[in-house]
Design a protein around this ligand. Structure first.
Ligand code: PGA
Length: 251
């Protein structure tokens, strides 16, 4: 953990309505205030809770807002989609893109994810590009090649200045929501391969995600190329998310 300020992002997926989001924030902000201020913290509630989250977070500004997806188009006839300008209204700082659940259930391609990355950057927000291999790909020994191909496919054409603004989250698909976290040496190996993919990645935050918990977070962020976490299940409870971050950064 040495590439700028560590970053922890709670990916709530399809959990919590607006009032549950407010309750979480009431409980979480005092806990987050006790975490050293250089540690960056964000939560990614569903779109419908972004407004109430923005209002509840604005007095302290300790915790930033992230979105779980965005459209690559600026506006128009795209029923069900959300544009970057709509996120900007709520001071959204980060947008998670290319999560494996969207690649699987919404069939998002690297090209589409790349277009969303460009729209996010153009709006002045930080994309968190999620990448990761399935168990079958890992067992065949192609994990690194697969992840680097996802990165090249989505952001290979970005200029260096833009590429240096990304956050990349390595999330092995077989470790997401399964309780089977990836051992930290393998996660480090992947993080290093990502970092070395292009010189523009030398200083970007690379996160680990996949069953990160208060008990195992410290071991990841002790790795030289892992700078924080993209946290699903363990971010849904304020105490557990705060314990995870505090434990990880105390290590
Ligand atoms: P998990 O999810 O922490 O519940 O495994 C991580 C993610 O999918 O971002």
């Amino acid at each position: 953990m040495s590439h700028g300020a560590p970053l922890f992002v709670g990916n709530w997926k399809m959990n919590k309505n607006a009032s549950q989001t407010r309750s979480f924030i009431e409980a979480f902000v005092p806990l987050a205030d006790a975490i050293p201020p250089h540690i960056r913290i964000a939560i990614a509630p569903p779109f419908t809770a972004l407004g109430s989250a923005a209002a509840a977070l604005s007095p302290s500004r300790r915790v930033a807002l992230a979105a779980q997806n965005v459209s690559e188009f600026p506006e128009g006839a795209y029923t069900g989609e959300i544009a970057v300008s709509m996120l900007a209204e709520f001071d959204v700082a980060y947008v998670i893109l290319g999560h494996s659940e969207r690649r699987l259930y919404q069939r998002e391609s690297d090209a589409e994810i790349g277009a969303k990355v460009r729209a996010t950057l153009a709006a002045g927000m930080t994309p968190i590009l999620a990448v990761g291999e399935s168990l079958a790909v890992r067992e065949e020994g192609h994990a690194v090649a697969h992840v680097l191909a996802q990165i090249d496919g989505a952001v290979g054409a970005l200029d260096d200045e833009s590429a240096a603004q990304l956050v990349i989250a390595y999330e092995p698909v077989w470790a997401i929501g399964t309780g089977k976290n990836c051992d930290c040496e393998r996660a480090q190996e992947m993080a290093l391969a990502i970092r070395q993919r292009r010189s523009a990645f030398a200083e970007i935050p690379i996160l680990y995600g996949g069953s990160m918990k208060p008990e195992n977070a410290a071991a990841y962020v002790r790795m030289p190329d892992i700078d924080g976490g993209l946290v699903g299940g363990a971010s849904l409870d304020p105490r557990s998310f705060a314990d995870l971050i505090a434990g990880a950064v105390a290590a």
